[in-house]
Design a protein around this ligand. Structure first.
Ligand SMILES: Nc1ncnc2c1ncn2[C@@H]1O[C@H](COP(=O)(O)OP(=O)(O)O)[C@@H](O)[C@H]1O
Ligand SMILES: [Mg+2]
Length: 326
């Protein structure tokens, strides 16, 4: 597939800090640095995968760049315009263009609404289309996600987990967005269903020209769907690379450790493959010391790693790493 190299989203030095409730005994304001100076971009029509351990800031990064959260600092350039500090009213057209698919379709779908009402809601909010026209769109989108017209009158509990995720996808797609944040969107589904939903997302991407940010901790699935992948560690992006290259030639010691923790299904292979396990303490996001955030767990840490935070540098075509070893 020839790629259009135009950027849809460019994030520059993005920070999202959450204030901590201050304790009576501690002086000063404490913050959780959930996203701490992250820069990257997503090309139009590509799938950018985002991986990293639970709690490293993936969801916060996704939600901040979708402007579900207000950024603490930095730029979010969406299709040429910085939307980082736009007010609600100015954001409205962008809200329509950026949609989200959630991990748990059961809790994100209103149990008291039928499928038609669920998908109609964003259409009502974001368009001025007539009821009849909206109904046509709903029927069309249901077909696109592999559901049927008859499903419109049904309620979420009448569907299986995979089907519910299809309803969530239909709802996100109904208003014709450019960008979809899939935050662990398939993590809760059975493996066989995951593959079906992934294939469907890929087909829809080609058909509708969508751009995806695909957040997941299942590394094999991310490899399959992503063109490029970003690895996050403690609020920071530590490596960005074309998907296959990341798996063939991971550079950051954290990426290497993360990849070696993929479960290997073949028992013969599993025995012969020495698996690296990340050891050392996971530092807190609150009181970050100077130097590299991974150094306390890094088997290759040197003196400089305690002194200076490594900056992202390009080490190959589209391959970036933040590590003093390179
Ligand atoms: N709304 C919030 N208020 C305060 N802290 C939050 C909030 N959302 C996330 N955090 C904290 O930010 C950090 C990153 O969380 P998150 O983005 O959910 O990570 P991930 O999606 O990678 O598991 C965690 O320490 C989490 O506790
Ligand atoms: Mg998350």
């Amino acid at each position: 597939m020839t790629k259009n190299r135009e950027k849809l989203i460019e994030v520059k030095h993005l920070k999202k800090y959450f204030p901590l409730k201050t304790s009576m005994f501690k002086k000063g304001k404490q913050v959780v640095k959930a996203v701490d100076d992250v820069s990257f971009h997503i090309y139009k029509g590509e799938t950018f995968g985002l991986v990293g351990e639970s709690g490293c800031g993936k969801s916060t990064l996704g939600r901040t760049l979708n402007r579900l959260y207000d950024p603490t600092e930095g730029k979010i350039i969406f299709d040429g315009r910085d939307i980082a500090s736009l007010e609600q009213k100015e954001l409205q057209p962008y809200r329509k263009r950026m949609q989200m698919i959630f991990q748990d379709p059961y809790s994100s779908l209103n149990p008291y609404m039928n499928v038609e009402e669920i998908i109609d809601e964003p259409l009502e909010i974001h368009t001025k289309l007539s009821k009849m026209k909206r109904r046509e769109i709903i029927i069309d989108i249901l077909e696109k996600v592999g559901l049927q017209k008859d499903d419109m009158e049904k309620f979420p509990h009448e569907f299986s987990g995979g089907q519910r995720q299809r309803i969530g996808i239909a709802r996100a797609l109904a208003i014709n967005p450019d960008f979809i944040l899939c935050d662990e969107a398939i993590s809760a589904l059975d493996v066989s269903i995951q593959a079906q939903v992934i294939n469907m997302l890929e087909d829809l991407q080609t058909e509708l020209g969508l751009t995806y940010l695909f957040v997941a901790h299942d590394l094999s699935m991310v490899r399959h769907i992503s063109d490029r992948i970003g690895v996050m560690y403690l609020g920071k992006m530590v490596e960005i690379s074309p998907s296959d290259e990341l798996y063939d030639k991971p550079l950051h010691p954290y990426t290497q450790a993360l990849l070696s923790a993929i479960p290997i299904p073949d028992p013969m292979k599993a025995q012969s493959n020495k698996r690296e396990i990340i050891t050392g303490e996971l530092p807190s996001l609150i009181e970050m010391e100077k130097g590299c955030p991974f150094r306390s767990r890094c088997p290759l840490a040197k003196a400089i790693c305690a002194e200076k935070a490594p900056q992202m540098k390009e080490v190959g075509s589209e391959h970036f790493v933040a590590c003093h070893l390179y």
